[in-house]
Design a protein around this ligand. Structure first.
Ligand SMILES: Nc1nc2c(c(=O)[nH]1)N[C@H]1C(S)=C(S)[C@@H](COP(=O)(O)O)O[C@H]1N2
Ligand SMILES: [Mo]
Length: 238
């Protein structure tokens, strides 16, 4: 199991305060946080009943949201808008996305705060396919992602966005992406730290320059390659 590392190595641009912010804790939680996390993990490991499986633990997902609550969307209400520097702006329903060819990838999920979930399947439509369908204009350089939580955003260069391992994901762990994990549709950027994988994806806007996303405005690297950014040296996951 990977130990939780709430703080980054010294001398890196990732400050302790920022990372604790990512864990959803205020200043008051600073001293208690690592202990609390260890306690919860120990509890989950020792529990033979499995009742504490819902608790955050090593090898399991932590729930992250920068907003207190997110109104759920379903197959009837969900829409994904593709616009910006494209010839054919379009809006996809969940049914539309399901009719596109699906790609399944199995990689380790790595959060920049240290936890990892090995070999997690994600499945969905290649982002490059939606970009091609929209007709990206020659002056375009980047892609910006927005979310129906109304707060989170992310971005990729156009080159990164066109990689084969970047998906508009409809399934995670071989099930429809749950609301907690950002469903019905989240972004999945396999080669980068998990903060790039925006949950509750609602907008894909092609732009002329990269605009730093939510966590990137707060000190994290825009180019978030696992093991090669944020002052971290996680083993490669692919
Ligand atoms: N909309 C939105 N997307 C988000 C986040 C968030 O707070 N809001 N957190 C990011 C971070 S830091 C991580 S580690 C993952 C967590 O995904 P999970 O909640 O499915 O484990 O989502 C990423 N995408
Ligand atoms: Mo994260």
């Amino acid at each position: 199991m990977n130990p939780t590392r709430p703080d980054a190595p010294q001398g890196t641009p990732v400050g302790r305060r920022i990372v604790l912010g990512m864990l959803g804790l205020g200043a008051a939680g600073v001293a208690a946080a690592p202990l609390l996390q260890r306690g919860v993990e120990a509890l989950a490991r020792q529990d033979p009943t499995g009742l504490t499986d819902a608790l955050p633990a090593g090898g399991a997902f932590r729930y992250y949201s920068v907003t207190a609550s997110v109104p759920p969307k379903n197959a009837r209400t969900y829409r994904l808008r593709v616009d910006g520097l494209v010839d054919r702006p379009s809006t996809y329903t969940l049914a539309d996305l399901r009719t596109e060819p699906q790609t399944r990838l199995v990689r380790d999920v790595q959060c920049v705060t240290g936890w990892r979930v090995p070999e997690t399947p994600f499945e969905g439509v290649r982002l490059s396919r939606l970009l091609d369908a929209a007709g990206v204009r020659p002056e375009a350089r980047a892609v910006r992602f927005t979310c129906f939580d109304g707060a989170y955003s992310e971005s990729l260069t156009l080159e990164q966005a066109r990689r084969d391992d970047v998906l508009v994901a409809l399934r995670m762990q071989d099930e429809p992406v749950s609301h907690e994990h950002g469903g019905p549709v989240r972004l999945y950027v396999a080669p980068m730290y998990f903060y790039k994988s925006a949950k509750w994806l609602s907008g894909i806007t092609v732009t002329d320059a990269v605009r730093p996303g939510y966590w990137e405005e707060r000190g994290y690297d825009v180019d978030a390659w696992v093991g090669r950014s944020n002052g971290r040296e996680d083993a490669p996951t692919v």
